[in-house]
Design a protein around this ligand. Structure first.
Ligand code: TXA
Ligand code: MG
Length: 535
């Protein structure tokens, strides 16, 4: 199929686009939010072409676009005072309203639901095309399903060239994130997707408005989506994305502590501090962040980095929409490094007795986070297990039982495999550790200690105020390991030789606890640190 390149500014081009649409074809059109991939909403065959071109799952319904309020009545069943209120206040504009549908709406558009999503865009070209067509237009964002939405015609062409009949270039989109989706089909009007119209603007008109929890978190297991689009991975570049909530200094240190090249996605003026960076607007300009975020996500892949860390935006006003899109792009991975209590690292060679120090700290009322225990938790996550199976073979799990010994055997068979295991596990352990620290903070703990034998091989030192290293002479450690794990002296020595030397631990640590004496000496050393740190 040849894709016709049209321009909103060229006389006659809008009529050409309308003609294509009237005849059952597809055309990407500019709107004030993002580009839409349009077809006649009342023609099931035309609508089928949208799903085909986007690779969109059939159960994800489409928004129906109109150019005047009068066009809506035949599309919905019944009337609703609130629809008129919303229309008067926000239409034409970036708001989509879900209502009970009429029989005129084909099942393909509503994906079998008994509701329909209606929107009246404000972009003059979009309005003119709908008017010229004389029919409502179904139009999802004009991206390949799952990718960031396109905010200019070039990005549409990148995804859709040869797959649709025409693209109408109307310049860059003014809003940049998709419309706010609100349903009036629920008891209380509920925002299913934040967008250009903010929750407080809606509350000012409707009174009480709820925000679906799916805006902030993954659907719970077995839960069906209020809005089917919320269940898919979305807006994502190919690179793995993680959001970081922190000040810039912490963000910078965390990104630089990564062991491989990564892309920093940050605010204007911050990019120069990194080898590879993409900026997405000034820190305090949420409207600009909205305009630029999708383009920034597409640029991430052009850097060639396999991983990106994004500065979390403030989720206020239209910033909530930016935050929601980024959360989705990150598969809800957000690392919140804005701790209100000090965090300490606790490390040392195997058999040094870190565990003992941890127990003392727990007794003193501090939060101690055992990363070995966290590893056992994260390995059972669906997303982690899926990645590990790809790396080490599907047989690492059978009948719901994870074979840790087999994972360890395969992962430790070569340094390359060990690194691959770590690249999956360490970020997840860090995410969970951060969650636990925030929990400790809520519980009123004064400090958190992260017990990690491989602390220095991860990015965890970045979040640690100070690092405590526990040491003990080799012969004592050997005996402890033999007793603890029931193994022979040669096996114990083999394990110890696989670790870094004592000096490699101590030079990077702020405190060293020599744990070769009795428990009393160790307790004294711990209490000394507590005093020193005024904890
Ligand atoms: O700004 C926008 O809304 C853009 C422009 C092109 O108008 N369109 C857009 O469409 O973002 P799309 O298909 O990418 O997103 C539509 C969202 C999806 O999450 C879909 O599941 C939801 O709206 N949706 C559509 N109809 C629905 C319905 N009847 N009930 C619940 N959710 C619905
Ligand atoms: Mg979309």
């Amino acid at each position: 199929m040849k894709t016709l390149h049209l321009k909103a500014s060229v006389p006659g081009d809008l009529e050409t686009a309308a003609q294509i649409l009237r005849r059952g074809g597809t055309a990407a059109i500019p709107t004030e939010t993002v580009y839409g991939l349009a077809a006649n909403a009342l023609d099931p065959q035309a609508v089928a072409k949208i799903f085909e071109a986007k690779g969109r799952p059939q159960d994800n319904p489409l928004i129906v676009h109109v150019s005047s309020f009068e066009e809506i009545a035949p599309l919905i069943s019944g009337t609703d005072e609130r629809l008129k209120l919303l229309a008067d206040n926000f239409w034409p504009g970036p708001l989509t309203v879900i209502m009970k549908k009429s029989d005129k709406i084909p099942a393909a558009v509503s994906a079998g639901l008994d509701t329909v999503a209606i929107r009246m865009p404000s972009h003059p070209a979009a309005r003119e095309i709908i008017r010229l067509c004389g029919c409502p237009l179904a139009a999802p964002s004009a991206n390949t399903s799952g990718k960031p939405s396109p905010t200019d015609a070039e990005r549409v062409i990148e995804d859709m060239e040869g797959r649709i009949d025409a693209v109408v270039d109307g310049g860059p989109c003014g809003v940049g994130v998709e419309s706010t989706v609100i349903t009036l089909a629920a008891d209380v009007p509920t925002i299913l997707r934040p967008g250009g119209v903010t929750p407080s603007q809606l509350e000012a008109v409707l009174g009480r408005v709820e925000i679906s929890h799916a805006v902030f978190e993954n659907l719970r297991k077995g839960e069906s989506a209020q809005s089917p689009g919320m269940k898919y991975k979305h807006y994502a570049p190919n690179a793995k994305v993680t959001l970081i909530k922190s000040d810039f200094a912490t963000f910078e240190r965390y990104v630089k502590a990564q062991k491989k090249p990564v892309c920093a996605v940050c605010f204007d003026g911050e990019g120069k501090n990194f080898e590879t960076a993409v900026e997405y607007g000034a820190e305090n300009d949420k409207a600009e962040q909205a305009r630029r975020i999708f383009e920034a996500l597409r640029e991430v892949d052009e850097t060639g980095c396999e991983e990106a860390f994004v500065r979390s935006p403030e989720p206020e006003g239209i910033g909530l929409a930016v935050y929601n899109r980024l959360l989705r792009a990150a598969a809800f991975r957000e690392l919140k490094l804005d701790f209100g209590i000090p965090v300490y690292g606790l490390t040392g060679q195997t058999g040094s007795g870190k565990g003992e120090v941890g127990r003392i700290l727990t007794e003193r009322g501090f939060c101690v986070i055992d990363t070995d225990a966290l590893a056992r938790e994260v390995i059972a996550y669906d997303r982690v297990l899926a990645e590990l199976k790809e790396m080490f073979g599907g047989d690492i799990e059978s009948g719901g039982v994870i074979n840790r010994a087999l994972i360890a055997e395969r992962a430790f068979s070569s340094p390359g495999n060990t690194a691959r295991l770590n690249s999956v596990m360490h970020p997840e352990i860090t995410l969970l550790a951060a969650e636990r620290i925030h929990l400790a903070e809520q519980e009123g703990k004064k400090a958190a200690f992260i017990d990690a034998p491989v602390l220095f091989e991860t990015a965890l030192p970045v979040i640690c105020k100070k690092i405590i290293c526990v040491t003990a002479p080799a012969d004592i450690r050997t005996k402890r390991i033999m007793a603890r794990d029931g193994i022979s002296e040669s096996e114990a020595r083999l394990r110890m030789s696989a670790q870094k030397s004592e000096e490699e631990y101590t030079v990077k640590s702020d405190y060293i606890i020599n744990n070769s004496g009795g428990i009393y000496e160790t307790e004294k050393a711990v209490d000394e640190i507590i005093r020193e740190e005024s904890l």
